[in-house]
Design a protein around this ligand. Sequence first.
Ligand code: HEM
Length: 397
Amino acid sequence: MSTEIDIYDPSLYEAGMPWDRYARLREDDPVHRHAEPGGPGFWAVTRHADIQHVSRHPEVFSSHAGGIMVPDATEEQLSRNRLMMLFQDPPEHTSTRSVVNRGFTPRMIGKLEDHIREICHDLVGTALARGSVDFVADIAAPLPLYVICELIGAPSEDREKIFTWSNALIGADDPEFATGDLTPIFELLSYASALGARRRAEPRDDIVSKLVAPGEDGTSMDDLALGVFVMLLAVAGNETTRNAASGGLQAFFDHPEQWRRLLEDRSLLRTLPDEVVRWVSPVITMRRTTLADTELGGQKIPAGEKVVMYYPSGNRDAAVFPDADVFDIGRDPNPHIGFGGGGPHFCLGAHLARMEVRVLFEVLAERAPDIAPAGPTRRLRSNFVNSLKEMPVRMGG
Ligand code: HEM
């Protein structure tokens, strides 16, 4: 048992993803007892099959019984968290999710494709006119933010403040972003509640109107529930998609033959998004807590312990992916777990995120085929999201 391996330290991730350590753990100690600074320790799960098992057995591996992240949240944070479906178990989660699913139908998401294309053309067009830009700040970050504003029907003049609140909610490990201030949470909550009240009075053909209107069973979201949901969208939908976009472009820079392949054959846009998500794995971990004594990957785990799934590791598992360490935009099938390992919490925005990544690379291939790196990248100091803070690029040759 390789007790000394550390895959927790956030500063490790500032330097790069610890692919070698993941590989060693998958090989030698796939359900690894990991030390935790200031905490009781946790089980690090690194194989694809074990991550799927944890994700699909919420009756043993609970989201409700201990938050998601390490280290443990305070009681106050926990009670706030539990309003969010990310921190609920069935059957409570099942009923929240069934209300939310009303808004996330293929029709509602499909309606956004033309808007997403317009947004991408605007962002890429502006960047082309400037010549050199920071791909993160100028393209990858605004894209999902504008899409979420579009999704909830927020007016474009509100984009900047929603962006500021969202940034304050995430990246808390990084001194550049962490404030410890709860104000943005309350501001976003009250903003979303007010939006809900407006749509209840004057419904439109948008998601918020669908959520606040009574469904067939008469249930609907009240203002607080809507506020919490919009907050979850801001947290779950922004930085993840940003990282998929910037990490995806970095993958093309590192594998120029894949970029040439795309320029010659746009039918690869169909399989590209899933390979980008597998390769980048924008979310590094989610956590569950055991409700009963159990066994995983040959390890006995007592009740009440933290179990942390390492998605990037599962996505490089050679037991599942032939040539797992090769970036192949035509990979098919691609049973990656970048959106979660299946089960009730599987990413609600997966379809939307794939669409954003597909349309962005479609527009880049069309308008900026010679895009190239223009300086060193900077990474976020986070063991939760695989994130680039800065990525200078030249848009033309
Ligand atoms: C490439 C981009 C994205 C990645 C990699 C990603 C990844 C994930 C992961 C790993 C989970 C947890 C799954 C689990 O615990 O089993 C999740 C949950 C979730 N995601 Fe995403 N996500 C992305 C984009 C989005 C977008 C665009 C939205 C919405 C606008 C979104 C909304 C959500 C929500 C609401 C949940 C919680 C679902 C639940 O608890 O039932 N995500 N996502």
